[in-house]
Design a binder for this molecule. Structure first.
Ligand SMILES: Cc1cc2nc3c(=O)[nH]c(=O)nc-3n(C[C@H](O)[C@H](O)[C@H](O)COP(=O)(O)OP(=O)(O)OC[C@H]3O[C@@H](n4cnc5c(N)ncnc54)[C@H](O)[C@@H]3O)c2cc1C
Length: 417
């Protein structure tokens, strides 16, 4: 059992110098055998383990992480959460996630700082306004909230943008999803880890999977830097390293790995209370609770595993932000970094059996899987526990690439993560 976090508990600890807090999760040593082994201690792996224990009653579950929890993309992203996708399959997936986020802090008894400050996607011309109207209609038909805003409404929500006659990107309006927003990324990983550990899941850090144990063609366990571990089923949730891991099982995935960068400015007084996105400028930004502007843009152009920032993208992203809001031109950049994201040909995730018995895949979230952590975890747990798809994950099966049933969300998933 983990301790219950509350205002009284916080007050009590404040009075005795915060000396009574216990570690949020157990540091487990690997056991020889589990019912399910999940590879990857990012948000998706940890959420999967939590839902396996909570919804399916499985207790012999382990999460194997080669580094530290959330040290992959989960702790490196720009934290945007939204469900404003185009196709019904995607809306069902991402809106399930948004609904789960809405109750997540309470469910995990961990403040994930989910802030529904809304997300606006700017339209910079009449043609873009028409596309924005179609997007809003498509979302509403799919049962997801969305509004079409005119120029005055955008100005009211984000006065920091340039509305002058000389603006580089004239603002005509925007689509707006009020339920969208941001959350604290590593809190999501820690919250799931803590809740899973309390339900008996073994969380094993510094444990790299280096191979698979196969019997009669089936995956029956993993080889790790801390020894062999057998498992009834193995789930892989390793994002940018999915192709590399799958190759160890002799599988070639339709995934290309790229660096994606994020940028944070020095802290500023509150100046923008929503997430602002512009496809034309190629950027988006929001303001963190500490006051820093959190900014991002497109992928690096060349596939790579080099997990670091570079000046070319820095210039592109910061130039785009300044073009939208010239008053930010003298703000100083504090930090920038990169994560390695796993991009599929249709910019939709892969959730399902790998084609090799015993091995299941949760990957291909590309630039947008933070928002999908609760749904990805819950649907992957369903797959691993029952060996079959939930209706919402079925369209995202790996077989869609052979069958040509793509869920092409390139437009919704490009720069807008
Ligand atoms: C700069 C940036 C900005 C982003 N912005 C957003 C955003 O605003 N909104 C959004 O929704 N998404 C965003 N994303 C995407 C999002 O972060 C990812 O899709 C999501 O975090 C993927 O989660 P995950 O758990 O699958 O992977 P990860 O968090 O990457 O976790 C995978 C884990 O697997 C581990 N691992 C890898 N190989 C092995 C192995 N062999 N053995 C054991 N462990 C292994 C890694 O160490 C890692 O910890 C962004 C990503 C980046 C990089």
């Amino acid at each position: 059992m983990s301790e219950h976090y509350s205002a009284f508990r916080l007050l009590g600890e404040a009075l005795r110098g915060h000396r009574g807090w216990r570690p949020a999760w157990r540091r487990a040593a690997p056991r020889p055998r589990y019912d399910v082994v999940v590879i990857g201690g990012g948000g998706h792996g940890l959420a999967t383990a939590y839902y396996l224990a909570k919804d399916h009653g499985l207790r012999r579950v382990a999460v194997l992480e080669k580094g530290w929890l959330g040290g992959g993309n989960t702790g490196r992203n720009t934290t945007v959460i939204r469900s404003n996708y185009f196709y019904p399959e995607s809306c069902a997936l991402y809106d399930l996630s948004l609904r789960l986020y809405e109750g997540l802090a309470r469910e995990l008894n961990f403040n994930v700082m989910f802030s529904q400050r809304g997300m606006m996607m700017l339209a910079h011309g009449e043609a873009e306004m028409e596309m924005a109207a179609r997007q809003v209609n498509a979302m509403r038909l799919n049962g997801v909230d969305s509004e079409l805003l005119g120029r005055a409404a955008v100005r009211k929500l984000a006065p920091v943008l340039d509305f002058s006659a000389k603006a580089r990107f004239a603002i005509h309006g925007a689509t707006f999803q009020a339920r969208g927003g941001t959350a604290r990324h590593d809190a999501v990983a820690w919250g799931y880890a803590r809740a899973a550990s309390a339900l008996g899941v073994d969380i094993i850090e510094q444990c790299e999977v280096t191979g698979f144990i196969r019997e009669a063609g089936r995956v029956v366990g993993v080889v790790t830097s801390r020894g062999e571990i057998r498992a009834g089923r193995v789930g892989a949730a390793v994002a940018g390293h999915s192709s590399h891991l799958a190759a160890m099982a002799g599988l070639e995935l339709p995934i290309t790995s790229y660096a994606l960068q994020a940028f944070v400015s020095e802290p500023l007084k509150p100046l923008v209370d929503t997430v602002v996105f512009s496809a034309a400028a190629g950027v988006y930004f929001s303001q963190s609770d500490k006051g820093g502007l959190v900014m991002g843009g497109a992928l690096d152009r060349v596939p790579s595993y080099g997990q670091r920032g570079n000046l070319a993208v820095q210039e592109e992203v910061l130039g785009g932000v300044i073009a939208l809001a010239p008053s930010l031109a003298r703000v100083k950049l504090l930090r920038h970094w990169a994560g390695i994201v796993d991009v599929t040909p249709d910019s939709s995730p892969i959730l399902g059996p790998s084609g090799i018995g015993g091995l299941y895949l949760n990957c291909g979230w590309g630039t947008g899987g933070f928002k999908a952590i609760p749904a990805g975890g819950s649907l992957f747990a369903h797959l691993l526990a029952r060996g079959e798809h939930h209706e919402i994950s079925r369209p995202f099966d790996l077989s869609r690439f052979a069958a040509g049933r793509l869920v092409d969300e390139g437009a919704a998933a490009g720069i807008a993560h």
